[in-house]
Write a protein that binds this ligand. Structure first.
Ligand code: ADP
Ligand code: MG
Length: 565
């Protein structure tokens, strides 16, 4: 056997260090992570065998086995799933491809607070590496379905791992943990004990759709030997198929962690069922935290598709529009073909109907949070508002609902964002438009000369700081019959009729007085500006540059430039 010692990628090494010297107090979750991976591997094998008729594999007894060796103090999680090739092991175990890793590590370095570190790890989720919280050596032996030879991988989590070819390996993956000594102060339980394993599986993995088996000793009676029997530890009930009032919140939470790979509890659960022509069940979740790859093009969508309890695909973009890409969960559609492809799915009538209902339900859920659980709504909007607003650009069907759940910063109250209804209710007599200003941040906008006249008049201005804001305000155009008007564009008319005629007379006087100056400025700046005119919008600044009503704004210009236009 020709083994090799390789180094973990730098990010992986740092993350492993954190796991080895465990900053995460709930060590039990390592088993949830290993079982979750095993379950994914079984789903992948079933799919592969359905897609590829030439793949010669036995899928009749897909299961997960937990094996304990008391004397050696090892715990093995074995599956007969898809397995990995040598290259895959190097790729996915030796490196972390997850976007946001560098960002996470930077944040972790910046904090000295244990609780914050835990929370960060929890938001990120470390998957397989969690094994190093409870083991000082981890051995992974795997053989990919369809391949003849396997791979042996081993590491103590300290910077390097060894990898070697292996023969006589059963198909699938076995992860063996050489357990650290029990240390109750450090929350290291006896993970070789049947009772501990049972508890953890029940608590975190009960809904896993494949059997999780373990051989247990049954003491004999006086005259018989003790016997071992193999038991299935999980109920395997599909959570989404159970009636809502029979599911405990904790069960929803653990299920969420399995589908999302998140370690934190979800913010809200949406459990629905569609009857009639198209039958389906959906169990969706709003996360508590935005994932670090929310704005990365490789960022994945979170809804899995099942057909009658059979896993069909991850990351089903046909079920959720891009602006709800952070929603996680499962949709089980009863009447689809098991072989449906991604491409066909996009055009499938049934899927389109389901998607419309899911979107409406998610938006209704947010609306409900806004009305009844403002704290949760605020968390939601802080984390996901910038993404949800993308929906205002294209999803005309749900535009009204989106405008209802929207909130934005405003000059009305520095601490409290407002919704559009709130703004309209506070509009002054004679004010007919909704004013907004865009910019990089609140301070920049507030210091901009464009704001002066509005401040002087006491008009409220919405302060929009997300790049997407520029686009949706243009696209939406108005709310409740009132035009959305940028403070930086075109002629802004802030006065009542009386004030206007007085101001007009004054302006006329000024125009005569300053005519020479304006002409001179106009020709001196001819290359830079279209026109120099006297303005009523400034109260303290001497001059400002304004765009035409249809010009792109500076922020948008910046955004386009960043996108390479
Ligand atoms: P995640 O599950 O979020 O992708 P993990 O760290 O848990 O992250 O696992 C990393 C990758 O390793 C998985 O995506 C998968 O490709 C591979 N992997 C882990 N465990 C197994 C397994 N039991 N069988 C096959 N592949 C596995
Ligand atoms: Mg995982």
């Amino acid at each position: 056997m020709s083994g090799e010692t390789l180094e973990f990628q730098a990010e992986a090494r740092q993350l492993l260090q954190l796991m080895v010297h465990s900053i995460y107090s709930n060590k039990d979750v390592f088993l949830r992570e290993l079982i979750s991976n095993a379950s994914d591997a079984l789903d992948k094998l079933r799919l592969a065998s359905m897609r590829d008729k030439d793949l010669d594999v036995d899928t009749s007894d897909l299961h997960i086995a937990i094996e304990v060796d008391q004397d050696a103090r090892t715990l093995t999680v074995r599956d007969n799933g898809i397995g990995m090739t040598r290259d895959e092991v190097v790729q996915v175990i030796g490196t972390i491809a997850k976007s946001g890793t560098a960002e996470l590590l930077r944040k972790l370095r910046e904090t000295t607070d244990a609780e914050t570190s835990q929370e960060l790890i929890g938001q990120f989720g470390v998957g397989f590496y969690a094994a190093f919280m409870v083991a000082d050596r981890v051995v992974l032996v795997t053989r990919q379905a369809g391949e003849a030879d396997g791979t042996h991988w081993e590491s103590s989590g300290e910077g390097t791992y060894t990898i070697a070819p292996a023969t006589d390996v059963p198909q699938g993956t076995a992860v063996t943990l050489h357990l650290k000594p029990v240390d109750s102060e450090d929350n290291l339980h006896d993970y070789a004990a049947e009772w501990t394993i049972r508890q953890i599986v029940k608590r975190y993995s009960d809904f896993i759709a494949h059997p999780i088996r373990m051989a247990v000793e049954r003491p004999g009676s006086d005259d018989s030997e003790s016997t071992t029997e193999v038991q299935t530890l999980n109920s395997m009930k599909a959570l989404w198929a159970r009636p809502r009032d029979e599911v405990e919140p904790a069960e929803y939470h653990e299920f969420y962690k399995h589908v999302s790979h998140d370690w934190a509890d979800p913010l809200e659960v949406v459990h629905m069922r569609g009857e009639g022509t198209f039958e389906y069940e959906a169990l969706l979740f709003l996360p508590t935290h935005a994932p670090l790859d929310l704005f990365s093009p490789q960022g994945r969508r979170g809804v899995q598709l099942y057909v009658k309890r059979v896993f069909i695909m991850d990351d089903c973009e046909a079920l959720m529009p891009g602006y709800l890409r952070f929603v996680k969960g499962v949709v089980d559609a009863h009447d689809l073909s098991l072989n449906i492809s991604r491409e066909l799915l996009q055009q499938d009538r049934q899927i389109q109907v389901v998607r419309r209902r899911l979107v409406k339900k998610v938006l209704a859920t947010v609306k409900d949070l806004k009305a009844n659980q403002p704290e949760k709504y605020r968390t939601f909007w802080t984390e996901f508002g910038a993404v949800v607003k993308e929906g205002l650009i294209d999803d005309t069907e749900n535009r009204d609902s989106l405008l209802e759940i929207l909130s934005v910063a405003s000059t009305h109250d520095p601490a409290e964002p407002t919704d559009l209804t709130g703004y309209v209710n506070r509009m002054k007599d004679g004010q007919s438009e909704i004013y907004y200003a865009t910019g990089e941040n609140r301070t920049t906008i507030e210091n901009s000369p464009h704001m002066e006249a509005f401040r002087a008049k006491g008009f409220e201005v919405l302060l929009l700081t997300d790049p997407v804001d520029e686009v949706w305000v243009e696209r939406v155009g108005e709310y409740d019959g009132k035009t959305l008007r940028s403070v930086a564009k075109g002629q802004v008319d802030l006065d009542t009729d009386e004030e206007r005629s007085a101001a007009e007379a004054e302006r006329e006087r000024q125009r005569t007085e300053y005519a020479d100056l304006l002409t001179w400025l106009g020709s001196a700046l001819a290359d830079q500006v279209r026109e120099v005119r006297l303005s009523a919008r400034l109260t303290t600044s001497p001059a400002c540059v304004v765009g035409d009503a249809h010009d792109v704004t500076p922020t948008l210009e910046k955004m386009y430039r960043a996108m390479g236009h």
